[in-house]
Design a binder for this molecule. Structure first.
Ligand code: GDP
Length: 435
């Protein structure tokens, strides 16, 4: 493989910047430009930082240099790093020097891709690294950390191994039908049923896992003027608001994210999509119902000062939990039957947030959950194939084997064993250059 080089820190002026280079021969290129007394005297200990000088064509920088020796490196190849003074020009000039002397520019995520191609990490573990880089809350960090540690493949692998045994047994039976018949009937189908139970258990963690990874989506509904926008503001006032685009939201919806007790909550206020003309109003209602159907939690805001019953039409199609709240309790004559709050006076807001975040469960369970969409889809399609196999078990031997092999392929996709080039490229393109 070629020698790749890239800047591993964000471009901008800072205390330090790191230029990385990986591949057989990277050390030789590096030592043409880096010098320090100890290395000149013959010492070069891997994983040690050396303070010395980078000698460019017409520039120099005092920097730290470290050499990681293959195969015990991030990429599995010889890897070097220059820790430079963090200036944009000096960093780019160091990179250009390496590029002019045998290295080629690394693509997005190419260092991590090499780690995967060299068998250092599974594809799922690479996704864990990506998750940590992009995490916006503590829960996302813990979930991604556990993915990076390989917990998903550790759970899936034994299931795949058992399935592989069944497939081998069936293939043997195909060759020696008489000798194997009893064994197949008594062992194979109970084992397939057991595998199915395990896959179902794994998949049942996906709903919470998605919330842990992507945040809990909460939609605020209720009549105009009940205090939805005020409630959104009350949420935002206390907690750290994240300014990012939430997928699936449009400009006229008010969408904000906050982090509460380490959990991301993606809030959507439907007030903004129910305004002005009839056509807009109708479209607004449709969109509001669409948001309700996709939400993990619907907060139905009622005005405690004007007794009213919830309108079922507003939560039609909801799949998640519905929490009814009586807002404006500060001016109400009596307390209502639902959770009493005052968005204006900030009464009962933390208790409401506590109820919202309780849906992701206990922190200790994050490691057990499927949190990455790709892993969830793979397990779901493995389960589909297994169900097909079990439902058509007496139809044809060939079909049974095809379904079981499809099941196996889906499971092996998780750590990348059977993942297509497209899937692999797609994952690494989401990394930055230099990672
Ligand atoms: P929305 O149309 O549902 O988004 O309602 P708004 O948030 O715009 O609130 C409508 C009116 O109710 C505003 O005048 C708010 O100040 C007021 N309001 C909202 N929450 C409370 C509350 O808890 N107590 C009181 N007294 N007034 C509130």
């Amino acid at each position: 493989m070629s020698i790749i080089a890239g800047i591993s820190t964000p471009i901008g002026n800072g205390a330090i910047s790191i230029v990385r280079m990986s591949g057989e021969g990277a050390l030789e290129i590096a030592l043409r430009f880096f010098s320090c007394k100890k290395i000149r005297e013959g010492e070069l200990i891997p994983n040690y930082m050396y303070l010395g000088t980078f000698h460019g064509d017409n520039f120099k920088d005092r920097c730290l240099f470290v050499y990681f020796k293959a195969p015990r490196t991030y990429t599995g190849e010889d890897l070097v790093e220059f820790h430079l003074h963090g200036g944009v020009t000096v960093t780019q000039k160091v990179l250009h020097t390496l590029l002019q002397n045998g290295a080629i520019m690394a693509e997005n995520g190419e260092f991590t891709k090499r780690a995967f191609l060299n068998g250092k990490i599974g594809l799922d573990e690479a996704e864990g690294i990506l998750g940590i880089i992009n995490a916006e809350s503590e829960t996302e960090i813990s979930a991604s950390y556990s993915v990076m540690q390989g917990t998903v493949s550790k759970r899936v692998k034994p299931i795949g191994d058992r399935l592989m045994k069944v497939v081998s047994m069936l293939e043997a039976w195909f060759d020696y039908p008489e000798e194997m018949e009893d064994e197949v009937n008594s062992d194979v189908f109970p084992e397939l049923e057991a595998i199915k139970t395990d896959l179902e258990a794994l998949l049942s963690t996906a709903k919470q896992g998605r919330m842990v990874h992507n945040g809990i989506s909460v939609v605020l509904v209720g009549r105009p003027n009940v205090g939805k926008s005020s409630l959104l503001n009350a949420f935002l006032r206390e907690e750290r608001a994240i300014v990012t685009d939430i997928p699936g939201t449009t400009r006229d919806t008010i969408a904000e994210s906050i982090v509460y007790k380490g959990v991301r909550i993606n809030l959507l206020d439907t007030a903004g999509i129910r305004e002005s003309t009839d056509i807009v109003e109708r479209k607004g209602i449709e969109r509001s119902l669409d948001a309700v159907a996709k939400a993990d939690i619907v907060v139905y805001v009622l005005d405690a000062s004007v007794p009213e019953k919830p309108d079922k039409a507003m939560t039609e199609g909801a799949h998640g939990k519905i929490i009814y709240v009586n807002n404006k309790v500060d001016i109400a004559e009596e307390q209502g039957e639902y959770r009493n709050i005052s968005a204006l006076k900030r009464m009962g807001i933390d208790e409401l947030l506590d109820e919202i975040v309780s849906v992701v469960g206990n922190k200790r369970m994050y490691g057990e959950m499927l949190t990455v969409d790709r892993h969830i889809s793979a397990v779901a399609s493995a389960l589909d194939s297994l169900n097909n196999a079990l439902n058509n078990r007496f139809a044809s031997f060939d079909c049974l084997l095809v379904d079981l092999k499809d099941c196996l392929t889906s499971l092996l996709e998780i750590d990348g064993g059977t993942a297509s080039e497209k899937i692999i490229d797609d994952i690494f393109s989401r990394f930055c250059v230099g990672k």
